[in-house]
Design a protein around this ligand. Structure first.
Ligand code: FES
Length: 118
C-alpha cells in the first residue's frame, strides 16, 4: 500500500512542505513562509498548490529546507529569490529548479596512505 499522506489534496497539483524546525527557523525559514505563500498567490496557483509549515525535514545543515510533492523533490539553502524561481519554474512550469536541489556534502574520509607513526 502506498502512503499518500504527502500527496496533494483537494485538486491541488503540488503540496509544498517548508520546514519551520529549529535549525531552519534560525536560518530564516519563518520569514520565508509568507513570501512563499505570496509568490504562489501572485502566480495564480492558490488552488493548485498547498503550502504547509512542517517540522524538521532532516537536512538541518542545508536549511532552509523545503519538500515538493509529488516527488518528493528536496530543495535547500533557500532564500526569497530561490522561492520565486521554484514557484515560477517548478510549481507553475513543472520543471525542477535544480540550482536549489539538495546536494549533500561528500562524506569525510580518512586520507589514504597516512598513518600516525611518530
Ligand atoms: S530544522 Fe529544517 S531540516 Fe531540520
Amino acid at each position: 500500500m502506498t502512503d499518500r499522506s504527502d500527496a496533494p489534496g483537494g485538486g491541488a497539483a503540488y503540496r509544498v512542505h517548508l520546514c519551520l524546525g529549529p535549525n531552519c527557523t534560525a536560518r530564516g525559514s519563518r520569514a520565508l513562509l509568507p513570501l512563499l505563500e505570496a509568490a504562489v498567490a501572485r502566480a495564480g496557483l492558490g488552488g493548485r498548490v498547498e503550502v504547509l509549515a512542517t517540522t524538521c525535514r532532516d537536512r538541518c545543515d542545508y536549511g532552509p529546507s523545503m519538500n515538493v510533492y509529488p516527488g518528493p523533490v528536496f530543495y535547500n539553502l533557500l532564500d526569497e529569490g530561490a522561492l520565486e524561481e521554484i514557484v515560477a519554474r517548478h510549481l507553475a512550469g513543472g520543471e525542477v529548479a535544480d540550482e536549489w536541489l539538495f546536494r549533500p556534502k561528500p562524506a569525510r574520509t580518512k586520507p589514504a596512505g597516512r598513518s600516525r607513526v611518530p
